[in-house]
Design a protein around this ligand. Sequence first.
Ligand SMILES: [Zn+2]
Length: 111
Amino acid sequence: MTKWKCSVCGYIYDGDNPPDKCPKCGAPKEKFEKLPDDKAQLIERSRLTNALHQKLYSLLDEASVVCDKGIADNLDPTCMDIFKKMKDCSRNIQQMIKAEIQGHIGKGKWG
Ligand SMILES: [Zn+2]
């Protein structure tokens, strides 16, 4: 699908024509630039993976909350070990996801 980018704020609009004004910053239609096909395809291609990263990030937030409850309950050291390991693991993967998305943005795989 044809994509238009607001040159003021970076908002990406999907459509045959640009919107009358930018939904995000209110800039007029003339501020929208048509993205070349290869760039538009790269954004389209990256949307699912970026959404999966965001979903996974949010699931890891939930996992951390579960771990905190387990740590607070403190039934025995082997349970604590699992909850602490999972909490560290969640944080670690979340940081990886942030770095990965930052890389995607830098390579035009976002929008
Ligand atoms: Zn804008």
